[in-house]
Design a protein around this ligand. Sequence first.
Ligand code: AMP
Ligand code: MG
Length: 333
Amino acid sequence: MKKIGAVFSVIAAVALIAFIAWDAVFNESASKSFFAMDTVISAQITGRNAEDILSETEKCVSELDSSLSRHDPDSEISLLNRNSGGMLSDRLGGYFRILLDVSKKSGGTFDFTLGAVSDLWSFGSSPKLPDEAELKKALSESGYEKASLSGNSLVIGGGVIDFGAVGKGIALDEIRDILEKNNVGEAVISVGGSVLLYGNKTAKVGIRSPFGDSGSSIATLSLSDVCISTSGSYERKFEENGKAYHHIINPETGYPVENGLVSVTVISDSGILSDALSTACFVLGKEKGIALAEEYGCDAVFIDENKNITVTEGIHGLVEVTDSSYSLVAYEK
Ligand code: AMP
Ligand code: MG
């Protein structure tokens, strides 16, 4: 009897060790930060082979960076810009269909052909006020309505394609494909102002202070399994003669948007949509921006220069203001 008891004890011990080892393999957690797409990318992954998946994630983002950058002469986007269009891969064709749709639905306030206009502001290097005549010329040559897509054949029609407003969101979508393929349990990926919360676990995401004191957050959103993108006038800016200029352009004037907003956050299942809509809603302003976000079934947070935080109905109750100098305004139609 004693012998049988001892055998059972050994089996139980072996089973316990096997379980712990098995659990450790499945719940391996790893994190990494690296620089790409002109920003810092942080990835935290829980699941089997987390380290390998992190490496695959880094490779994916750097390849995407080389293919979408309009400043890299060898990129897919530069090739399209040089040839005023061309045949697209299915993947790129899908992205252009979304960009055209957001451009149309936003009444052209979102416009992915403003590359030459943005270049005149030199936000990526040494920002300056552009020459008035050059700005007018670049603006008249650009315009999403001059571009067309037939199947996967793109004609640009004058403007210069710029994925600056959507590259980070696209990165989230492509990273999510990697996580799904590898059966990852949970992950948090942040690519500059865009965050992917992957998995069912609810996490609190901070909304950055829009007044330059970087690092601090002024509110949190409790969410799971979504993409969250923020566009802010604080991100790329400069001052000349006491006036501030930032990188989000009003396509009607070629000048930075001035509508009282300082930051817009959009929440969507899709990374490219959250990123495109955060830029589009910033340009559209609060009322029209909320209508556009809701047309796409997305929620949004608008912060204005008077420190009012306006949120769409779908996320009432999920926002917690952590800086008491801000007021939460429940949006009513
Ligand atoms: P985001 O930070 O996602 O709002 O993207 C801002 C970037 O999008 C800018 O740095 C420009 O490259 C580009 N951009 C600026 N204005 C617009 C606009 N009205 N529509 C589309 N892209 C824009
Ligand atoms: Mg954007």
